[in-house]
Each structure stands twice: as structure tokens, then as C-alpha cells.
Design a protein around this ligand. Structure first.
Ligand SMILES: CC(C)(COP(=O)(O)OP(=O)(O)OC[C@H]1O[C@@H](n2cnc3c(N)ncnc32)[C@H](O)[C@@H]1OP(=O)(O)O)[C@@H](O)C(=O)NCCC(=O)NCCS
Length: 163
């Protein structure tokens, strides 16, 4: 199937928000958040979109059928790194090479920016995505190196930020 991958722009936020919402029950990230955080002066993330030609649009009329979000980060071990926050392809378009093409584009952009590694997380129950990533040559940092993903949020974050 024909598809193309291109940089996301402000007009894509509506479709990215739609795809984020269908893949999650609760999501605090609205179209307005995406517009502000990804497309204002100092963007917190970048995005790419997978698009199919009109003849392959969904029955609801969508042609934007997948996306990835990413941003740059830094490792004191490895230097520049790119972090992939989301990788998503609508169910009816899976298994056609689109997810691989999106992830490959994030890898290309990361290498072009001088990055040495591509980081991302995957939930333990998401066996199918885990297998997909393993099939792309990625490895499980938690299992292989013992790293755990840590977080501070809500009241704990407010408390931590007290002078
Ligand atoms: C993960 C996801 C992006 C993969 O996209 P996709 O378009 O279906 O994947 P592709 O068709 O590009 O597959 C590329 C390759 O991965 C392999 N692959 C895909 N799914 C696989 C699986 N479950 N197990 C093993 N290999 C898999 C394919 O066989 C293909 O290999 P090949 O290049 O040797 O032929 C898609 O399934 C998805 O959107 N899932 C829901 C969202 C999600 O969970 N995202 C990850 C959050 S961390």
C-alpha cells in the first residue's frame, strides 16, 4: 500500500489527538496541548505523520493513519539521544510496514542530529509491540541492564519542588 511519512505540522494536531485518544482510556493531552507544546517557539516535542492517498482513506475519511512523537535528550554515558514517546498505526493499516517506516524515520532524524541511541518505553503487557521492537533490533534495557523507569508526579513533585 502507498503511504508517505512527513514532518507533522500544526494542522495535524487534531488527528494526532484523535489517534492518542483511541489508544488510551484517559489522556490529559488534548489537541490544544499538542498545538502549544509541539508548535510554539520552543517545542517540547516533534512529530511525524504517516499518510495514505485518498483512495485508501478510512470509512470515516481519515488519511492520516499513524504518527510518532519524539524529542531530543542526553545521556552522560552516550551523549546525544532521541526519545520516541509514541509510535502508533491505526489497526486497519498495521502489518504493512508503516510502523517500521515511522520508527526508521525517527532513527534517521536522530542519527542526522548526532544521536547515538534511540530510547523509548513499552508496557509489559504490550507483548505484540515488544515483539515488534525486538524484531527491529532493539533490546530491553530493564531486563538486560537493570534500569528501571522512575517518575515523580502530582503531590510528590510539588513537595520535591519546595525550597
Ligand atoms: C507497534 C506498531 C506501531 C507496529 O506497526 P505496524 O505498521 O503494524 O508494523 P510493521 O508492519 O511496520 O512491521 C514491521 C516489521 O515488524 C514485524 N512485526 C510487527 N508486529 C510484530 C509482532 N507483533 N511481532 C513480531 N514482529 C512484528 C513485522 O513482521 C515486520 O517485519 P519485517 O520488516 O521483517 O517484515 C503497531 O502495531 C501499533 O500501532 N500498535 C499499537 C500502538 C502501540 O502499542 N504502540 C507502541 C507503544 S510503546
Amino acid at each position: 500500500m502507498d503511504f508517505s511519512i512527513r514532518a507533522a505540522n500544526l494542522d495535524d494536531c487534531k488527528d494526532i489527538a484523535r489517534m492518542i485518544t483511541v489508544s488510551r482510556h484517559v489522556c490529559a493531552c488534548s489537541r490544544a496541548h499538542l498545538e502549544q507544546d509541539g508548535f510554539s517557539k520552543n517545542p517540547f516535542f516533534h512529530g511525524i505523520i504517516a499518510e495514505v492517498p485518498e483512495q485508501h482513506r478510512t470509512k470515516e475519511g481519515h488519511t492520516k493513519i499513524g504518527y510518532a512523537l519524539y524529542f531530543y535528550t542526553y545521556s552522560s554515558w552516550k551523549g546525544r539521544a532521541v526519545y520516541m514517546e509514541d509510535l502508533y498505526v491505526m489497526p486497519e493499516f498495521r502489518g504493512k510496514g508503516i510502523g517500521k517506516a515511522l520508527m526508521s524515520k525517527v532513527a534517521q532524524l536522530g542519527l542526522a542530529a548526532g544521536c547515538n541511541q534511540l530510547d523509548f518505553t513499552v508496557l509489559e503487557w504490550n507483548k505484540s509491540s515488544l515483539d515488534f521492537y525486538l524484531s527491529q533490533g532493539c533490546f530491553d534495557v530493564t531486563a538486560d541492564l537493570g534500569y528501571h523507569c522512575m517518575r515523580c508526579e502530582g503531590e510528590a513533585l510539588q513537595h520535591l519542588a519546595q525550597p
